[in-house]
Write a protein that binds this ligand. Structure first.
Ligand SMILES: C[S@@+](CC[C@H](N)C(=O)[O-])C[C@H]1O[C@@H](n2cnc3c(N)ncnc32)[C@H](O)[C@@H]1O
Length: 300
C-alpha cells in the first residue's frame, strides 16, 4: 500500500479537475500492474484487472478516504477481470451525472454501464494537441466514441468536425458532451457508421485539413491493429487536403510505435512525422514503444 499512498499524494487533483491517481498499467510499479485509480470529483473509480482479497479492498478504501483533501462521495470498483466488467460501490453513493473535468471541459461518464466509462484520461495528450492545432480547420474524427476529440477541437476554434463511430450510443453521449460544453451543434455532425464501408460517404464530406485516428486496441472483426491500420493509412490521402494532417493514436500492446511508423513510411510516403507525443507524468510507462502515443503527421 505504501507505493499506492505515495503515488496518490504525488497526484492530488487541482481545483476540481479529474486526475489519474495511480497508473499501474504502465508496468512501473511491481505487483500493481493490475491497478488503475482515477479521480473524477466527487467519486473515485478503482479499476482492477485481477481479483484482490476483500481485506485489501478495505485497506485501499480507507487510504483513499484519508488521502484525498475532500473525502469522495463514492468509491466505485470496476472488475475488468470478470465478464462484462461489472462495477460496484466500495464506499458511499454514486451521484447522478458524474463528469470528467479536463482543461476546463466537461465529459459525462457512464459508470457501471459498460467496460469503457465514456472517457479515456490517458488521451489528454491528444486532446490538448488537437485543441492547439484546430483553429479554422475542417476535422474528421474517426473512432470518435464519446467525441472528446471533437469537443476539444471545437473549443480550439475548429470550423467543423465530422465524428464517425459505429456505436450509435457512444455518439449520443458525444452529442451530450458538446451540449454540456455549450458548443454549437451546427459545427459538428455524427455518423453512426462502420468506417471501412464508409469511405465514399466520407469523401463527399471532405476534404479535411486534419484527421484523428484513435482506433481501439482490438475489437473483434471491426478492428485489429495489424490488419486495419494499413487499410486505413492507404485511404487517408483521398480524404485529406494537399497539406493535410493526421493524428495517429496508438494504445495497444500488440503493436509498437516503430511498427506504426514503418507502416506510414511504406504506405503513405508523402507524410512527414512532425512529432511524437506521449502522455504526461500521471501515466508513467516502462516500455515507451507500447504505451499510449500520438503521432502527428503532415502531408508534403
Ligand atoms: C478507443 S475508442 C475511441 C476513443 C475516442 N477516440 C475518444 O477520444 O474517447 C474506439 C472506438 O472505435 C469504434 N470502432 C471500432 N471499430 C470501428 C469500425 N470499424 N468503424 C467504426 N467505428 C469503430 C468503437 O465503437 C469505439 O467507440
Amino acid at each position: 500500500m505504501d507505493i499506492i499512498a505515495r503515488e496518490i499524494l504525488r497526484h492530488l487533483p487541482k481545483a476540481g479537475e479529474s486526475r489519474r491517481l495511480f497508473h499501474g498499467r504502465g508496468h512501473c510499479f511491481a505487483g500493481f500492474n493490475d491497478l488503475v485509480i482515477d479521480y473524477y470529483p466527487p467519486i473515485v473509480l478503482v479499476i482492477l484487472y485481477r481479483e484482490r482479497p476483500q481485506d485489501w479492498l478495505i485497506e485501499l478504501t480507507e487510504l483513499l478516504m484519508a488521502a484525498l483533501p475532500l473525502a469522495p462521495e463514492g468509491i466505485v470498483l470496476q472488475e475488468r477481470f470478470r465478464s462484462g466488467a461489472p462495477s460496484r460501490l466500495l464506499q458511499g453513493i454514486l451521484p447522478d451525472d458524474v463528469e470528467a473535468n479536463e482543461d476546463g471541459l466537461r465529459y459525462r461518464l457512464r459508470l457501471g454501464d459498460a467496460q469503457n466509462v465514456g472517457f479515456f484520461p490517458d488521451m489528454a495528450v491528444g486532446r490538448r494537441l488537437l485543441r492547439e492545432n484546430a483553429k479554422d480547420k475542417r476535422i474528421l474524427n474517426l473512432f470518435a466514441y464519446s467525441c472528446s476529440f471533437s469537443v476539444a477541437a471545437l473549443v480550439g476554434g475548429a470550423e467543423q468536425v465530422v465524428n464517425l463511430d459505429m456505436n450509435r450510443g457512444a455518439l449520443e453521449l458525444g452529442r451530450l458532451n458538446h451540449r454540456i460544453n455549450h458548443i454549437d451543434l451546427r459545427r459538428t455532425s455524427f455518423l453512426p457508421m462502420e468506417l471501412f464501408r464508409s469511405f465514399g460517404r466520407l469523401r463527399r464530406c471532405g476534404p479535411f485539413d486534419l484527421i484523428v485516428c484513435d482506433p481501439p486496441a482490438s475489437q473483434g472483426k471491426s478492428f485489429t491493429a495489424e490488419r486495419h491500420w494499413p487499410k486505413l493509412i492507404r485511404r487517408l490521402p483521398e480524404l485529406l487536403t494537399p497539406h493535410g494532417e493526421v493524428l495517429a493514436c496508438l494504445s495497444t500492446p500488440t503493436m509498437t510505435i516503430t511498427q506504426l511508423r514503418q507502416m506510414f513510411t511504406e504506405l503513405l510516403p508523402t507524410a512527414r512525422l512532425v512529432e511524437r507525443h506521449t502522455p504526461d507524468e500521471d501515466f508513467p510507462e516502462a516500455d515507451i514503444e507500447r504505451g499510449t502515443s500520438v503521432l502527428h503527421y503532415r502531408l508534403n
